[in-house]
Design a protein around this ligand. Structure first.
Ligand code: HEM
Length: 380
């Protein structure tokens, strides 16, 4: 979506990601993270090899929970898991389709490229069902399905400034929910993966994070809540630095809407030109980060935060179209790490050829490197 339609939809979806909404939703995220630990304990073959896939399943299942709600069973038994995993998997076909989209929107539309056609029926059907069930239930579960029910009962979504109206059809709502999977699963998995890889390589930071986690379990009597997770200083530093060093999304694009001249370098830009900004390039620029290829979480210590300028750090993008899921993603990644590292420690394994980035349709993936989970005895 672009222009006024995007603006109206963005305003409508943003309330899902406020701090107070996330606080009420935390029980879903926490359950997802404890289910991840149980899932690993019950499937010990997952402790070694393909950690990214395990983390990606966790992120799919957790977003599934945030969209459709959770029941008492494990989130890993959710029927959405398989669908979400398949829909976000990169194939040659999906890469080509995304490449066409990046080249030209017109061409994309002209060729009538459908990125996720195979999943439409399943997803729209699932949203329809959940809305009908919730309309009967009349209980508040604080997930996306709640928002859908509220939107549908409030009638058309109206932009007071432009008069634009959107009807909250099942299809429109299903598309939003589906996009959360597409935009959210892989980057959040990558944020977790990058953090664990760096912790496995830096025992001194791993130790600090373990200590911080054990302390929080002690002071909170093992009942972790939103404030506990968000208040963890060292955890925040390692996650921030991991996604600085390995940004899950390597670049952002913008389309110039009027002829202009860039203030730096007097570069003329014509209306319609697509501009790509390399997040990876900026994050690895030694002008902003001395020794940019080194993992130095102290860069993000509270006393150093002011040195990080607005344009030098953009894992979630910048400006009006900045990632709408930023807060949710950080909360989910941190909650996952808190529960994982409470029960496991990690070892980083570098595979033949050494680590390398491979661009995927949605994100930048790290390959030739993995983490192993090793059960740890829990400090009480
Ligand atoms: C660590 C995890 C994540 C990272 C690094 C990330 C990063 C980004 C980036 C770089 C953009 C483009 C921003 C721009 O163009 O300025 C974006 C857009 C977006 N992200 Fe995320 N994201 C993450 C997780 C999520 C999650 C969990 C969700 C949803 C639940 C989500 C939903 C979206 C949406 C809907 C957009 C489009 C926003 C718009 O155009 O209005 N993201 N994300």
């Amino acid at each position: 979506m672009n222009g006024n339609r995007w603006k109206l939809m963005r305003q409508t979806m943003s309330p899902l990601f406020t701090s107070s909404k996330l606080k009420s939703m935390y029980y879903i995220i926490d359950k997802s993270a404890t289910d991840l630990v149980e899932h690993l304990k019950a499937n010990r073959e997952l402790l070694k090899g393909n950690a990214f896939d395990t983390l990606s399943s966790f992120c799919s299942a957790a977003i599934g929970g945030a969209v459709f709600g959770v029941s008492t069973g494990s989130i890993f038994d959710s029927p959405f898991l398989d669908m979400a995993r398949k829909s976000t998997q990169a194939t040659l076909r999906s890469n080509l389709k995304v490449a066409v989209g990046n080249l030209s929107n017109q061409l994309f539309r002209l060729l009538d490229v459908k990125l996720f056609k195979d999943f439409e029926d399943f997803f729209i059907g699932a949203i329809k069902n959940i809305i009908r069930v919730r309309e009967q239930e009349k209980t508040n579960r604080h997930d996306f399905a709640d928002i859908c029910v509220a939107l549908k009962s409030a009638g058309n979504i109206v932009d007071k400034d432009t008069g634009l109206e959107l009807k909250p059809t099942d299809e429109l709502l299903a598309a939003q929910a589906f996009f959360f999977f597409i935009a959210g699963v892989e980057p959040t998995a990558q944020a977790l993966y990058a953090t664990l890889i760096e912790l496995g390589k830096h025992p001194e930071h791993l130790e600090k994070v373990h200590q911080e986690i054990d302390e929080i379990f002690k002071t909170h009597n093992s009942h972790i809540d939103y404030d506990a997770v968000m208040g963890m200083k060292h955890l925040d530093m390692v996650v921030s630095e991991a996604i600085r060093l390995h940004p899950p999304i390597g670049l952002i694009t913008r389309k110039c809407v009027k002829d202009t001249v860039l203030p730096v370098g007097n570069i003329k830009i014509e209306k319609g030109t697509r501009i790509m900004t390399s997040i990876l390039g900026i994050h690895h620029d030694e002008k902003y980060y001395p020794e940019p290829m080194k993992f130095i979480p102290e860069r993000f210590a509270p006393e150093n935060r002011s040195k990080i300028t607005d344009i030098s750090y953009m894992p979630f993008g910048k400006g009006n179209r900045v990632c709408v899921g930023t807060r949710y993603a950080l909360l989910q990644a941190k909650a996952g790490l808190v529960h994982l590292l409470r029960h496991f420690t990690v070892r980083t394994v570098i595979e033949d050829g050494g680590p390398k980035y491979v661009p995927q349709p949605v994100q930048l993936r790290l390959y030739n490197i993995d983490v192993e989970f090793i059960p740890r005895s829990i400090a009480t």
